[in-house]
Write a protein that binds this ligand. Structure first.
Ligand SMILES: Nc1ncnc2c1ncn2[C@@H]1O[C@H](COP(=O)(O)OP(=O)(O)O)[C@@H](O)[C@H]1O
Ligand SMILES: [Mg+2]
Length: 480
């Protein structure tokens, strides 16, 4: 059974998070995770300064299922199944040693060793007292706490596999760091956090999925509550409004597209980072590029574990039917807002009031797909057709060639690969290219059509893409 339980599917980071949870539930304010590279003899340990366990408590903590998942737990308890310590540890190692000490008490130490159990099947559930021979030094850090617990993983057969090197180990530490700073960000953030987390003596800084306080953040909702659940919806700033470093960091461990959606917290500990919880209109929503700026914080209490189908790894949760419709509505609204910010690159969304804009492109929806056509009615196009008079057929022929050769497939591929629509000169602040085109067009309106400066400016403000540059348009034609 112990061998079977190793395959629950923990990652190193999620296994560590589960052990850290125990320290937090035990009231720890400092937790140290240590990675020790020594090839096949590498070790990982987790030391907390919580209240610790007595002899008999430690014995039951080492037992599988010593606690009933149905029993009520204190509101701050992060545990549930009475399994985590064992299942998380064995997913990574074959030897688990736990030392624990309560204030003014002697420390106790117990150890599971899967190799010893496998070697002597007739001896049953063989549990040892004290650390393994030669591992005494690895539990010495217990002396630095007045009370607390040390969990030591040795024989890391699921991590240190053939060919595994120090570089891999270093990458693993980076990954763990990123994930733990996400999972526990609410417990370690703020000026006086309730918890400090260290990895190899480096203090972990929080990763806030919602970029709270960022000046370019377009929107967040007020906090909504229903049935002890709390929800707050956020739309994050568009890439154009972030520095490269901010953009990379905000993408989180999985990247922008994966990190969209719901962030489910249980007692402020993150269970689920992104995804749409199987919600959707008709079909369940996927994580799409266009909604990547949407992130929703959802807080559930630990009394709702059964309703939300929390799993042993604490990595999934399913909303109960009673709140699905409500959540779907909130998510739909947030997704719509996020999509608009994404599409308009964080610029304010054009209002629909006033006369319709003169578009340069028309989208024609046909039975077998979509077609893009240049609109001959666009003033820039109409001006040329009119100006060339009898040779308008040449211009029309040219437009047809352009329309027929728009590299739709290519644009689509580039967009999918770079996760961004191609950027043109006519984005952001007006530059030389914009000013030049705008001036040519403005002069044509003045000279050929005989419009007054005021009329020409008005006409330009109704024409794509010049409507995006009211300040520039206002300057055209001098100070008349
Ligand atoms: N670091 C720790 N400090 C104090 N008590 C602990 C610690 N780790 C485990 N325990 C005790 O052992 C029990 C079993 O832990 P675990 O197997 O993780 O299951 P769960 O957290 O779901 O109860 C916990 O409920 C707790 O009473
Ligand atoms: Mg636990």
């Amino acid at each position: 059974m112990l061998e079977a339980l190793r395959g629950l599917g923990y990652t190193t980071a999620s296994a560590l998070a589960d052990v850290i949870d125990n320290g937090i539930s035990a009231g720890a304010s400092n937790i140290h995770v240590r990675f020790d590279w020594a090839g096949e003899r590498s070790k990982i340990s987790i030391l907390d300064d919580g209240r610790g366990m007595s002899d008999s408590e430690l014995e039951s903590a080492m037992t599988l299922g010593a606690r009933n998942p149905l029993e009520e737990r204190s509101a701050t308890d992060l545990g549930r199944f009475g399994m985590g310590l064992k299942t998380a540890s064995f997913s990574q190692c074959r030897r688990l040693t736990v030392v624990s000490k309560m204030l003014n008490e002697q420390a106790s130490c117990l150890r599971w060793d899967l190799d010893a159990i496998a070697a002597a099947p007739d001896l049953g559930w063989l549990m040892f007292e004290g650390p393994a021979n030669g591992s005494e030094a690895s539990i010495a850090s217990m002396s630095s706490v007045t009370s607390g617990t040390l969990v030591l993983w040795e024989c890391l057969d699921r991590i240190v596999t053939p060919g595994y090197s120090l570089d891999h180990f270093a990458d693993l530490i980076d990954d763990v760091e990123m994930r733990l700073s996400m999972v526990f960000h609410r417990l370690i953030e703020g000026p006086n956090p309730s918890l400090q987390l260290f990895i190899n003596d480096q203090k972990l800084s929080p990763w806030d999925p919602f970029m709270i306080g960022h000046p370019a953040k377009p929107w967040h909702s007020p906090v909504a509550k229903i049935l002890a659940i709390e929800v707050q919806c956020h739309v994050l700033p568009h890439k154009d409004r972030l520095t490269e470093e901010q953009f990379r960091k905000a993408g989180g461990p999985e990247g922008w597209t994966s990190q969209q959606g719901f962030y489910v917290y249980r007692n402020r500990r993150l269970l689920l980072a992104g995804g749409w919880l199987g919600l959707g209109q008709g079909r369940a929503w996927n994580r799409e590029e266009s909604h990547r700026l949407a992130r929703i914080r959802l807080d559930i209490p630990n009394t709702a574990d059964a309703d939300w189908k929390i799993d042993v790894k604490k990595s999934t949760a399913r909303p109960p039917v009673t709140v699905r419709a409500w959540l779907t509505k909130l998510a739909e609204d947030t997704r719509g807002r996020a999509r608009r910010v994404f599409a308009f690159r964080g610029a304010s969304v054009p209002v629909s009031a006033g006369p319709p804009l003169e578009q340069a492109w028309r989208v024609e929806r046909l039975k077998d797909g979509v077609r893009y056509r240049i609109d001959n009615g666009h003033p820039a196009v109409a001006a040329v057709i009119e100006a060339v008079g009898a040779r308008a057929d040449l211009v029309r022929a040219m437009l047809r060639v352009v329309e027929e050769t728009v590299p739709v497939q290519r644009i689509w591929l580039d967009t999918a690969e770079n996760k961004e629509t191609p950027r043109t000169d006519f984005e952001g602040e007006p530059n030389a290219a914009v000013i030049e085109v705008a001036s040519v067009f403005f002069n044509d309106l003045r000279n050929r059509k005989g419009l007054s400066v005021e009329e020409a400016r008005k006409s330009m403000l109704r024409t794509v893409p010049f409507q995006k540059y009211p300040a520039l348009v206002a300057k055209l034609g001098g100070s008349e």
